[in-house]
Design a protein around this ligand. Structure first.
Ligand code: KG4
Ligand code: ZN
Length: 359
């Protein structure tokens, strides 16, 4: 089975062709990602209207490049898929309309994919991981601990009650005058810093619920920066290192609890796995901390290659392949959703309302 995947939910315009064989093994035949970082850098963050227009401008070329790279034609696809949420609605409209139009024009089934599900199923594409497993998704838009029981069966165990972790990195960078995207800049600055100079809060640490909070940490960083202004390079490095240390402690505390809970529920699972995904998973300090934690708890830490941890369309095509293999298809009147929680049953913690839960 061959699937075209389209991803336009944030600031990456991406298209990919993936293959799934009858035993369920996956292979990426083409994977094209066009980043819009340059378009948004001057604004210190993603500007939705600019993102939507950039997707519109680039998407047909990106799809053509993916097909070319795979050596296949649209007529060779078994189905066409696009991310339909959650994300920035302008980009989602561009991606889903394009996907539906292609599906209609060549008479192929269409699948509307949840972006979070695509992240969640990626380790099945990269290494055929078996269910159930735990997922820690840490990106610019999401911070969640999710129990992945099966395709379409997700339980959200924890989420952020305010900022996403990547957002906290980006805001910290911005207030310290570091470039966008903030995560890599903060990590680079932290490498020369003293993580013990500032004792920033570890929000929710020690609480039994598995949720996250980062806005208090951000405020503490701002206060420290204001008190010291003007900042020297050494001050910036120390603040970044101390911020990262606080984040590592918080993550380790929440994740340790999640691993224990998983153990209690799935005592029979011989080698349980924790999957990390999302742009923040690229951070080596955080990665090392999670690695040590998993090692001590008898878990395997599974981190898809960085290219598949951040936003891409191979994961979208793969999620579609898993659903398609189960006989699922979507109607062409399916609408994109800016908010689309993986676990619809979980109580929304922020942004509940007419459009549904934000996280
Ligand atoms: O998954 P991603 O590429 O896009 C979405 O948000 O969906 O994640 C981007 C986020 C940004 O907030 C960026 O600052 C953060 O991931 N990030 C990092 C690092 N690299 C990227 N955060 C911390 N350390 C890094 N090395
Ligand atoms: Zn993502």
């Amino acid at each position: 089975m061959r699937v075209l995947g389209i991803e336009t939910s944030c600031d990456e315009t991406a298209a990919a062709v993936v293959e799934r064989d009858s035993t369920g093994r996956g292979r990426i035949l083409a994977d094209v990602v066009l980043s819009q970082i340059a378009e948004h850098a001057a604004f210190g963050g993603v500007v939705p209207e600019i993102a939507a227009r950039a997707h519109l401008e680039a998407l047909d070329r990106v799809i053509a490049a993916a097909l070319h790279e795979s050596g296949l034609a649209l007529s060779d696809m078994d189905c066409i898929s696009a991310t339909a949420g959650p994300g920035l609605i302008g980009g989602l409209i561009v991606g889903t309309m394009t996907g539906k139009a292609l599906a209609y024009a060549c008479g192929k089934p269409f699948l509307a994919i949840n972006h979070l599900e695509a992240h969640a199923l990626t380790p099945r594409l990269t290494e055929g991981l078996s269910f159930p497993y735990l997922l820690l998704l840490v990106s610019g838009g999401h911070t969640q601990i999710v129990l992945v029981r099966g395709v379409g069966r997700y339980e959200r165990w924890g989420t952020t009650i305010d900022d996403a972790l990547g957002e906290a990195f980006d805001k910290t960078a911005k207030l310290l005058g570091l470039p966008y995207p903030g995560g890599p800049a903060v990590e680079r600055a932290a490498a020369d810093g003293n993580p013990g100079r500032f004792v920033f809060p570890r929000p929710l640490k020690g609480e039994s619920r598995l949720d996250f909070s980062f806005s208090g940490l951000k405020t503490a960083v701002r206060q420290a920066a204001n008190e010291l202004a003007p900042l020297t390079d050494a001050d910036v490095a120390d603040i970044c290192a101390s911020f990262q240390a606080a984040v590592a402690d918080t993550l380790a505390d929440r994740v340790a609890r999640a691993l224990n809970r998983f153990r209690e529920q799935f005592a029979a699972k011989a080698t349980p796995a924790l999957v990390v995904a999302g742009g923040v998973a690229a951070n080596t300090t955080l990665r090392a901390r999670l690695d040590a934690l998993c090692h001590a708890s008898g878990f395997r830490l599974v981190a898809p290659p960085p290219r598949l941890c951040t936003d891409n369309a191979a994961m979208v095509g793969w999620a579609a392949a898993e659903r398609f293999a189960r006989g699922e298809r979507d109607a062409l009147d399916v609408a994109p959703r800016s908010r689309w929680p993986l676990d619809e049953a979980a109580a929304p913690l922020i942004g509940s309302g007419r459009r549904g839960a934000k996280a």
